[in-house]
Design a protein around this ligand. Sequence first.
Ligand code: PNS
Length: 164
Amino acid sequence: MTDCKQGSVAVFPGSFDPVTVGHIDLIERSAAVFNKVIVAVASNQEKTPLFTVPERIKMIEDIFTDSPNVKVETFSGLLIDYMANSDVKVVIRGLRAVSDFEYEFQMALMNRKLAPGIETFFMTSSALYTYVSSRIVKELASLGGEVSDLVHPLVEEKIKAKYS
Ligand code: PNS
């Protein structure tokens, strides 16, 4: 049986292009449950990201500067390979709505098939944030819409600079 208690470390992977209030909520809640949460920024997801990986990492680090058990790293290639190298066995993923479920279920099963010791923990997003996604934030900001409710002020400033 998988021992998920060892060290109580979890990885929260994603594109984070950019990190949203929905992500922040999930990271904060995960950090209250696990001894350490590694936010793992995927570097090979989107062909044309808005933010570079170092920019994404810096924004998350700045937001969580007062959370010593939240670390930010990057990975490329398979998540399970990164986790094996970091010796982490738990993945946290957020579920906003039923529409997220199919893809997330498929990914969790695939990761477990590839690496049987890995467990995926799903966290429901807070009701307030079910409609928030990085894609929506970018679309809104690119068209001059207000994103202050959807991202941290540090991120809002950076997005405005990108589209100015
Ligand atoms: O924020 P996202 O885009 O929903 O995050 C998706 C992510 C980066 C977690 C997922 O695509 C991923 O783990 N990519 C790395 C490649 C991999 O391991 N894929 C799953 C098995 S095929």
